[in-house]
Structure formats: structure tokens, C-alpha cells
Design a protein around this ligand. Structure first.
Ligand SMILES: [Zn+2]
Length: 568
């Protein structure tokens, strides 16, 4: 830069900064005060008041200063010393799946056949004849000693196919109409790994389908319409904001989901911010988006700039691809679902076009070859600017692969509750040596990676405080095992909070927009009923934290502190 230009730049900088510091600053539309504000801004970690104009935070500071600066704000909210945090960014979710489960008839906790049938009878009243009634949640484990048949179920819904999946998805219960549509009769053979439960005398199917036999009926359940998809996503988004989530990274997005997001946004029915990972296994979708390029939303509502791939399966079912055989199943090393060459190929093409790639990798083998694929693609695309490639889960890592994340700038995107859900059997799968690289949050952090945290709901709860609890304890909610499972990998409360705020923002290229409560950032924040910073030594109390308010872009999208509505 020559001297003249440098001087001009300095003058401009002075003008800009004097404008920002001018005393007659913009007046806020909304002032939150009397709060215990945890900003997640290391330069000013706590505050009492937040001023918001439009969808942005314009000022953060003390009550006394707020009084002086903004004496005449009309819209003020007294936080009554409650704690405010940046809105939670859940970096790996399945919003649509959550929504589907919310749309189905909920049979969780139903104790008897009569009760389940009564709920179906109730539902029949609001559903046109012929439409499927889908339910979920009857306990196939508890009911296994005496499964019902479908006589009562069929009488309750003679004109609607009914299909009710068990709590753990190992069994389903179908009425006669559903079996007829699927063509399941006395002569239908049991599929591999499945059983059609039959009447002992007549041989007729009773309606109970075990394991893979469920697919005989499931394959006839019609795909959801656009309207149903929108309804599902809307319900799930409401559930998210109730739980303090303000942004989600949706893992694997299909064309109908994109259309649903767009229409919901237009209809002002989607309060949540969405960072979508396109389904990288859909070649037409990949082609379409690679040719049109990323869609980065200037309003930060819906950004589409990533592809999701699957390198392997899950550890529990021995589908995770390991470098060496499973410790308790020496005949298998797991399953590779997308080979290294294909991951390399999509990554290289994505880097050229400015897309991020997020690859599901659970086993140390899958992580190893995904890192290799990323390394090659990065090497061959030196023009790629700030790529932030991600590995989703990064669950079991070989010791030599841990430092490669930081070296390559690859983001491990991890789920604290996966650790606490799996810790009862994970060591059996991989043995005492490899388990040291499992859910190895602290080993990764020591190498200075970005570590976004997430829930992977609905497989796990979407309540982020369960995730924070799991991250800092590595214990189940009863507090077992004492001291935590491989406690050297625990996170501090600050690291966990960072994972659910700033690091989530970084993982979606939005660290300048959100993840901390600072002037200039989007006004995404939550108010909670306990001071979480006092609970590191009493972590169980974190589990009962309630969200009182959720603001997204300065708008109150959930108010749990309002008195609950009375019946009609
Ligand atoms: Zn997932």
C-alpha cells in the first residue's frame, strides 16, 4: 500500500470509529436490564443490560450505564437477575425427524391395549377415511409377554390403515386395513431377520410385525406431502425454541425440506435459523447445487453451503468402520458406506465451488480415510478459501489422527450425550487401548481445534443442558460412573458453553454474526432460571435448568415465564 492510501485508510478508520462512539447513538427498540448476562465475549465476559435495535445487539453493559445512555426506551424487559446466555447453536440436528415424531400419535407411556386403541379411535375422528394413522411409543419390551392382536384396533379404525411403531422400533402393530394394503396374508413368508406374528390356529397375521417384518407395511406408508413436511418442521422448530435453541445445523437436507423451509420462512412460521447440509448421497441434488453455488442468506435465516456424507455406520450396531477388527467381534471391522475416493471427489468439487463438506465418521478407520480424503482435496485445491471441512461425530480416533484435525483445519463436530449414551458398551466394542481415543474432546481441544457441540436430536434429547451436563461430567443423569467415564476428557463449563455458542457459529461461518452477546451481533439470546456459572460443582442442577425466554433476531419467540394458558 502506498503512503497516500495508507493515510486515507487511517482517516476513514477514524471517521468510522468516531461515528460508532458518538454519544447520540441509535436508540434501542428493546432494552433488557437487571440481568446476569454471560456474554461469551472474553473481553467483557459479563454484563447486566443489553440494548437491541432491529435484529441486532447495539450495546452491552451495566444497568447504570444503560440508564444514562437510554433513559427513554419504551420497550424494557426486567430480567429480575435471571441469567442470559447467547442463543444455543446446535451444530448437528435432525429437525424434520423430530417433527415427524411429533406428528405421529404419541403412545409413550400407554399401559394397555385398550388405552392405545382409545387414542386411535379419538384420532380417527379428525382424519379423513383412507388416510394413514401413524403412531409411535407403545413399549414392545413390556408388552412382549402378551402382544395384542388387531381385532380391537381394526374395529376402532375400519376405514383407515393404522401403523403403530414400538418405542424402540423393534416391533410394529398394524390393523387389518394396513395389512391388506401391504398384501400381508397368511401365506406371506417371514422376511430375513423378521417375523410376522400369526394366530396359532388360523395362521392369519395378528398385526404384530417384528424387526425387519415391519418393512412389509412401512414401505406402503405414503411419503409426506409438502404441507405435512412443513407442519413437521414447524412443530420441531417450536420445540427447539422452547429448549433455548436459536440456530440448528440440519444434517442431511432433501429438496422437499428446502422447499418447506423457504415456504415456512415466507409465511413467517419458522423462527429458528437453519444451516442446511445438503444430502451428498443424492447425485442430482449435488449436481444442481454445485452448478448454482452456495446460498448464503444475508438475513442469516437459511444458509445452504454444505454437503453431508456418511463414511460409515454406528458403533452400537458394529457399523462403524474401524482400522482393526472389533474387540468382541474379530470377524468384522464394520462397514464403509462412502469410500475414500468418493469423499475425496465430492470434497474437491465442493472446495472449488465454495461448499463445506460435513462427513459422518464414527470409527477410527472412517475418520482416518476421511482425513486422508480431505487432505488430498485440500492439497489439490489451494485456491479454496477458508474451507472449514467438518467430521460429524469423530467418535473413535486413532492417536496419530488426533493432531491431524488441527493441522488440516478440520472441525470435529461432536455430541456429548453420545458419549454418555454409549459409555456402557463402547469399551467392549473397541477395547481398552482404542477407547482412549473415543469421545476424546480434551485430547482434540489440546491441539487447538474448534469444537462445536450438538445433540443429534431426536436420537438424543434436544435439551442443551443435558449436553452441557454430559460434557462436563461424562456421567449419566444418575451421576454414574462416580468421577466420570475417562474423566480426563471432560470439558470445563466454559469450554462446553463455548461449544454450544461460539464454536457452533464458527462451524457455520457465522462467528461474526452470532455465538456471543456483543454489540453488532444478531440479538439471539436466551434467559434461563438458574445461574449456570455457579453449577460446575453441582452439575446435576444443570439438568433442571428451564428456559424462560428465547429471543431470535431481537424477537421474543418463546416466553416460558408467562403464566401458562388455562384450558378453553
Ligand atoms: Zn445425525
Amino acid at each position: 500500500m502506498n503512503d497516500m492510501r495508507a493515510q486515507l485508510a487511517i482517516v476513514l478508520l477514524l471517521i468510522v470509529s468516531s461515528v460508532c462512539l458518538a454519544p447520540d447513538r441509535a436508540q434501542p427498540d428493546l432494552l433488557l436490564f437487571h440481568g446476569h448476562v454471560i456474554t461469551m465475549d472474553p473481553t467483557a465476559p459479563s454484563a447486566q443490560a443489553i440494548a437491541i435495535a432491529g435484529d441486532r445487539i447495539i450495546w452491552v453493559g451495566t444497568d447504570a450505564a444503560a440508564q444514562k445512555l437510554f433513559p427513554s426506551v419504551k420497550n424494557k424487559v426486567d430480567l429480575h437477575r435471571a441469567t442470559a446466555l447467547p442463543g444455543i447453536i446446535d451444530a448437528h440436528t435432525h429437525l424434520f425427524e423430530l417433527g415427524k415424531s411429533l406428528l405421529r400419535l404419541n403412545l409413550k407411556g400407554v399401559a394397555t391395549e385398550e388405552e392405545a386403541v382409545a387414542r386411535v379411535r379419538e384420532r380417527v375422528r379428525s382424519v379423513p377415511p383412507g388416510e394413514w394413522i401413524l403412531g409411535w411409543g407403545w413399549d414392545e419390551g413390556k408388552w412382549a409377554a402378551h402382544y395384542p392382536d388387531n381385532d380391537a384396533l381394526s374395529r376402532a379404525a375400519p376405514n383407515n390403515p393404522v401403523y403403530l411403531v414400538g418405542l424402540h422400533s423393534f416391533a410394529a402393530w398394524a390393523n387389518k386395513r394396513a395389512l391388506a394394503i401391504a398384501g400381508v396374508t397368511a401365506t406371506t413368508k417371514d422376511p430375513d431377520n423378521g417375523r410376522i406374528v400369526r394366530d396359532e390356529k388360523s395362521g392369519e397375521p395378528t398385526g404384530i410385525l417384528l424387526n425387519r417384518a415391519q418393512e412389509l407395511v412401512e414401505s406402503h406408508v405414503p411419503a409426506m406431502s409438502l404441507e405435512q413436511t412443513k407442519k413437521a418442521i414447524e412443530l420441531a422448530a417450536q420445540e427447539c425454541v422452547r429448549n433455548g435453541l436459536t440456530s440448528v445445523h440440519e444434517a442431511r437436507v432433501s429438496p422437499v425440506m428446502i422447499q418447506a423451509y423457504r415456504e415456512l420462512l415466507r409465511e413467517d412460521r419458522l423462527p429458528l435459523r437453519i444451516f442446511a447440509m445438503l444430502d451428498g448421497a443424492d447425485p442430482a441434488l449435488v449436481q444442481e447445487w454445485l452448478s448454482r453455488g452456495p446460498e448464503i442468506d444475508p438475513t442469516h435465516r437459511l444458509t445452504i453451503r454444505a454437503f453431508k456424507l456418511f463414511a460409515d455406520g454406528a458403533l452400537g450396531s458394529r457399523g462403524a468402520a474401524l482400522l482393526a477388527p472389533y474387540s468382541e467381534a474379530p470377524q468384522t471391522k464394520g462397514v464403509v458406506t462412502t469410500p475414500q475416493a468418493a469423499i475425496y471427489d465430492l470434497t474437491r468439487r465442493s472446495l472449488e465451488k465454495g461448499f463445506q463438506v460435513c462427513t459422518h465418521a464414527i470409527g477410527d478407520g472412517a475418520n482416518h480415510f476421511t482425513l486422508d480424503a480431505y487432505a488430498q482435496a485440500l492439497r489439490e485445491t489451494p485456491s479454496a478459501h477458508d474451507p472449514r471441512l467438518r467430521i460429524e461425530h469423530a467418535q473413535v480416533l486413532a492417536a496419530e489422527d488426533i493432531p491431524r484435525f488441527a493441522q488440516l483445519g478440520v472441525i470435529p463436530s461432536m455430541q456429548p450425550t453420545h458419549c454418555t449414551s454409549d459409555m456402557g458398551w463402547a469399551e467392549k466394542r473397541v477395547g481398552a487401548e482404542r477407547v482412549k481415543g473415543a469421545y476424546a474432546w480434551q485430547s482434540l481441544l489440546k491441539t487447538h481445534v474448534h469444537l462445536p457441540l450438538s445433540s443429534d436430536f431426536p436420537g438424543e434429547t434436544l435439551n442443551p443442558f443435558y449436553g452441557i451436563y454430559a460434557a462436563i461430567t461424562r456421567q449419566d443423569i444418575q451421576g454414574n460412573p462416580a468421577g466420570g467415564w475417562y474423566p480426563e476428557q471432560r470439558l470445563t463449563l466454559d469450554e462446553a458453553l463455548r461449544g454450544y455458542t461460539r464454536e457452533g457459529a464458527y462451524a457455520e461461518f457465522e462467528e461474526k454474526e452470532k455465538g456471543a452477546l456483543q454489540s453488532g451481533k444478531l440479538a439471539d439470546l436466551i434467559v434461563i432460571d438458574k445461574d449456570i456459572t455457579q453449577l460446575e460443582s453441582r452439575p446435576k442442577e444443570i439438568l433442571s435448568i428451564r428456559v424462560l425466554k428465547t429471543f431470535i433476531g431481537g424477537k421474543l419467540v418463546f416466553d416460558g415465564s408467562a403464566p401458562s394458558r388455562q384450558g378453553p
